[in-house]
Design a binder for this molecule. Sequence first.
Ligand SMILES: Nc1ncnc2c1ncn2[C@@H]1O[C@H](COP(=O)(O)OP(=O)(O)OP(=O)(O)O)[C@@H](O)[C@H]1O
Ligand SMILES: [Mg+2]
Length: 102
Amino acid sequence: MSANDVVVKLEQVTKVYQQDSMAVHALCGVSLEIPKGNLAVLVGPSGSRKTTLLNVIGGLDTPTAGRIWVARTETGRMRKSELSEMRLRKIGFVFQEFNPAP
Ligand SMILES: Nc1ncnc2c1ncn2[C@@H]1O[C@H](COP(=O)(O)OP(=O)(O)OP(=O)(O)O)[C@@H](O)[C@H]1O
Ligand SMILES: [Mg+2]
């Protein structure tokens, strides 16, 4: 598959949340490619980190390590302002919970 045919790519993505003195390893080396024009469904039991993964793909959160590309642009290491711009132009979210604008 050429880079042009891939809309989302993750390479060894990890996400570690710091909760008080405890490290929560939420994503441990996730690699995947979603081809352009495909409908992808993320399925798993409650707590299996689906929202965590969608948040880092969608630029609402940043990965602790690893690389992420959305539409061939590397987003995993973007600043907050760049992520906002990317979300405005390229991402649509339907939130699981009610998220009123501040
Ligand atoms: N901000 C955070 N701080 C600490 N731990 C977190 C945080 N966000 C998520 N987690 C960890 O990830 C787990 C849940 O992950 P997530 O919400 O991504 O699961 P989910 O698959 O979307 O669950 P559900 O189906 O219930 O929506 C929590 O149990 C918690 O351990
Ligand atoms: Mg969820």
